[in-house]
Design a protein around this ligand. Structure first.
Ligand code: PEP
Length: 251
């Protein structure tokens, strides 16, 4: 049985004071959340220590939005896996469409980040998703399959089960457009099948999240789909009440 999972992606948002209010609100709200849902937030890297400290007594975990493929050295601007684990990071987002489109991250870069995370004991949340053009051309399923297969290329054996996948249609991220539950379910089913083809029963073990303009109003119907195990939440993760409502919908 896969436990529901909700992860907040703060993107490049937040300041010390605003984060404090958000994190304290989440920490007290988490006391009323069911044990059936696992929750984490991924703030910008400079605020990871603040989040880890203010969430210390809560069940909410902390993750990062990016990870270096190298261990240490002359890589200006990068943050290594060991630096993330020093501050209690258990998760890292890999292959987010903003990293792919704005910072030129290739499928191969994503595979290296995924491997670095797994070997460091950090769970990579591997994002895949098609553009609107690809969907309209009937290429959505092939696109997400190929992104997933490429992201797993460096993993072997038990490592393969140490991941989370997030289906995030590019056209739904931050746009207010959400895939319908049926559209999302169709893709999730294909991703689960691809995982099972990669390794026997892998699809039964790995959680597949949906992301793309999830909010308190649409979360219930998305999470009711059999192959949607929770959500990767952008904008709505910055509001205490909305994020907690989404967490409750996943439980
Ligand atoms: C995201 O950035 O991963 C995301 C899903 O954003 P939003 O929920 O704002 O669409």
């Amino acid at each position: 049985m896969r436990k529901a999972l909700v992860i907040g992606n703060w993107k490049m948002n937040g300041r010390l004071a605003a984060n404090e209010a958000l994190l304290n609100g989440l920490s007290s709200g988490a006391e009323c959340l069911s044990d059936d849902v696992e929750v984490a937030v991924c703030p910008p890297s400079v605020y990871i220590a603040q989040a880890a400290s203010l969430l210390q007594k809560s069940s909410i975990g902390v993750g990062a939005q990016n990870i270096a493929t190298q261990a240490s050295g002359a890589f200006t601007g990068e943050v290594s896996a060991e630096m993330l684990t020093d501050f209690g990071c258990e998760w890292v987002i890999a292959g987010h469409s903003e990293r792919r489109s704005l910072y030129g991250e290739s499928d191969q870069d994503v595979a290296l980040k995924v491997a670095k995370a797994v070997e460091s004991g950090i769970v990579p949340v591997i994002c895949v998703g098609e553009t609107l053009e690809e969907r309209e051309a009937g290429q959505a399923l092939a696109r997400v399959r190929s992104q997933l297969e490429a992201a797993l290329a460096q993993l072997e054996g038990d490592q393969l089960a140490s991941i989370v996948v997030a289906y995030e249609p590019v056209w739904a991220i931050g746009t207010g457009l959400t895939a319908t539950p049926d559209q999302a379910q169709e893709v999730h089913q294909v991703l689960r099948q691809a995982l099972n083809e990669c390794q026997v029963d892998l699809g039964d073990k790995v959680r597949i999240l949906y992301g793309g303009s999830v909010n308190a109003a649409n979360a219930d119907s998305l999470f009711a789909q059999p192959d949607i195990d929770g959500g990767l939440i952008g904008g709505a993760s910055l509001k205490v009440d909305d994020f907690l409502a989404i967490c409750r919908a996943a439980a």
